[in-house]
Design a protein around this ligand. Structure first.
Ligand code: HAM
Length: 414
């Protein structure tokens, strides 16, 4: 038998219902904040990701699914959506005008990472991006939007970690100081020995224990922020406090992608083990320029849906609606039931019946397995009297309902 690829899973019902619930909530919240959906290709030119995410990041250096197409062009399955959304925005001139431009997108991302709990090679993100304004109010609003989604899906135990990565000027000074600090340290991993000269910020994101130990005494970027970046960060924190949001400033939070400037944040959740970030994001004011576009302030985040679903309650999105099973006995009743089935569905009621001429007992057990809340029993006698037996599956309570009134009587109270 051919099996699914390592790190790539099938999402099956009833689990998919939980995913739908989360996505429905996200769409609803995005709408409340003025975001509109954008749908993008899963494949882009490799160069787009290499230039945006950074050649020296783990994602670009080790984790991309890159292949040549039949003409030899290097293409990559998207490892994230930010670069693609910005590519599309610039390509279609969506950045023009003075208002904040707000887009969201949902879908799979691909990274060749070592699979483990909460880490897959095909995983799903709920992605949010806003363009055009560098105001700290927007940073805070984006974070509030993220928390709004997480609260509505009942993610209770979570922490918001936040830092400022400054502008390119701050980063230049900080990288120099960090590089200097790292230059004579022994015990850095092989990657970090290289990164300390090529891109010392990446060392801050290294997970190896040796590097972490060394970094305990490293300088922190907050001490290198220019007055504008420092004021921006203070204002974001002030607005978060005013909104009643608890946050933890993490002076060494840098994120795994190179494009961030100023505000960067993550939300971590309890119960996930090592892969505990359920969402991450931040500002990336320089990326549009780097991709050959105009000056375009930008900020966004992505929720990792796989991880989020891992910690959300099992009963999430349980459908409370009426589900009807028509149990019919005999040819005439089955014919009547088949017509009734469509009638009920037209009225917006979920309805099913058995097509295998099973016994009443077998049909009732099928109704149970299908999750029916109500069974309607139809036989010759019911057809004669025009009254069906309606049984509440949960209680076994049974009443007679005139066939003509079935849909009206079974519809949930408005
Ligand atoms: P990221 O931190 O690389 O950021 O990914 C965001 C979230 O995606 C992570 O917090 C995690 O929940 C989930 N995730 C990442 N890799 C995996 C994996 N292998 N398996 C399961 N879940 C995973 C970004 O991707 C940025 N584009 C976010 C962003 C949007 N920044 C600005 N706008």
């Amino acid at each position: 038998m051919i099996k699914a690829i390592r790190g790539m899973r099938d999402l099956l019902p009833p689990e998919t219902r939980r995913w739908q619930f989360v996505e429905e909530v996200a769409r609803k919240v995005f709408d409340l904040y003025g975001y509109r959906e954008i749908r993008l290709p899963l494949v882009e030119r490799t160069e787009l990701f290499a230039r945006s995410i950074g050649e020296d990041t783990d994602i670009v250096a080790k984790e991309m699914y890159t292949f040549g197409d039949r003409k030899g062009e290097s293409l990559t399955l998207r490892p994230e959506a930010t670069a693609s959304v910005l590519r599309a925005v610039l390509e279609h001139g969506l950045e023009k005008g003075t208002a904040v431009k707000k887009y969201y997108t949902l879908g799979p991302m691909f990274r060749y990472e070592r699979p483990q709990k909460g880490r897959y090679r095909q995983f799903y993100q709920i992605n949010c991006e806003a363009y055009g304004v560098d105001a700290p109010e927007l940073d805070t609003e984006v974070i509030l939007l993220l928390l709004d989604i997480l609260e509505r899906v009942r993610l209770n135990e979570k922490r918001l970690l936040i830092n400022s990565l400054g502008c390119p000027e701050c980063q230049k000074k900080f990288k120099a100081a960090l590089g200097l600090f790292l230059i004579n340290r022994v015990g850095l991993c092989e990657d970090c020995q290289r990164r300390r000269t090529t891109n010392p910020l990446r060392v801050l994101d290294c997970k190896s224990t040796g590097c972490r130990e060394i970094l305990k005494d490293a300088p922190v970027i907050r001490d290198y922020l220019c007055p504008d970046c420092a004021a921006h960060f203070s204002r974001v924190l002030e607005l978060l406090s005013r909104a009643g949001v608890a946050y933890e400033v993490q002076p060494r939070l840098v994120r795994g992608l190179d494009y961030y400037t100023r505000t960067a944040f993550e939300v971590v959740a309890a119960g996930l083990g090592a892969q505990d970030a359920v969402a991450g994001g931040g500002r990336y004011n320089g990326l549009a320029r780097d991709l050959g576009g105009p000056e375009l302030p930008a900020i966004g985040f992505a929720i990792g849906e796989d991880r989020l679903l891992e910690v959300l309650p099992q009963d999430l999105g349980q459908n409370q609606d009426t589900r009807i099973f028509l149990a019919a006995l005999g040819v005439a009743a089955r014919n009547r039931a088949f017509a009734l089935l469509q009638e009920l569905r037209r009225q917006g009621l979920a309805a099913e019946m058995d097509f295998a001429e099973r016994s009443l007992k077998a049909q009732m057990s099928l109704a149970d397995r299908l999750g029916a809340t109500v069974a309607v029993i139809l036989g010759d006698r019911e057809l004669e009297t025009g009254q069906a037996q309606v049984r509440r599956m949960a209680t076994g309570e049974q009443v007679q309902v005139p066939l003509a009134e079935l849909a009206a009587r079974l519809a949930p109270p408005a």
